[in-house]
Design a protein around this ligand. Structure first.
Ligand SMILES: [Zn+2]
Ligand SMILES: [Zn+2]
Length: 158
């Protein structure tokens, strides 16, 4: 049978069961995302904090590994931030094709939908004979507050 260490095997079979064969630990992380709902983007640190608040005994490294695993299984969606940080959110078919505005300074993340982006992705895929699976645009930007801060900083003190 499958040994606990053969992650590859476990992963492949789990893919077919869409999370039904998750360990209690992984189930717990997934449930946390299900409770917070769609459109919530959490860092590994935030997930860890919440688990600790629920009295779970788990290390940050384990949380991180679990998040990556759930992402590779398609249960979570991983969002890469400009400065190397990552956020995770629940993956769902209803909430799949949305885009993100990311503030490169404070990490604030806003979602938006855009039919024209989806259309562009579809056209690019069609034109090259690709089958479109997902079309996501991540826009790097400064949020209003950080933009104001930056402007102040550039002007300098009077
Ligand atoms: Zn999102
Ligand atoms: Zn900001």
């Amino acid at each position: 049978m499958v040994a606990p260490s053969s992650a590859g095997e476990g992963l492949r079979s789990s893919l077919h069961h869409r999370g039904q064969r998750l360990t209690p630990q992984r189930q717990r992380v997934l449930e946390l995302f299900q409770r917070t709902g769609e459109g919530t983007h959490l860092s590994a640190e935030q997930v860890h904090q919440r688990l600790l608040r629920d009295r779970a005994r788990v290390s940050l490294a384990t949380v991180y590994r679990t998040l990556r695993l759930l992402s590779s299984m398609g249960l979570l969606q991983e969002l890469e931030l400009p400065e190397g940080g990552r956020r995770f959110e629940l993956a769902s078919d209803a909430h799949r094709d949305h885009h993100h505005l990311l503030c490169i300074r404070c990490g604030r993340t806003e979602e938006f939908e855009s039919p024209s982006v989806l259309e562009a992705g579809q056209q690019a895929a069609d034109g090259r004979g690709f089958r479109l699976l997902e079309c996501v645009l991540n826009v790097r930007a400064l949020c209003p507050r950080c933009a104001a801060d930056e402007a102040l900083h550039l002007e300098g003190p009077e």
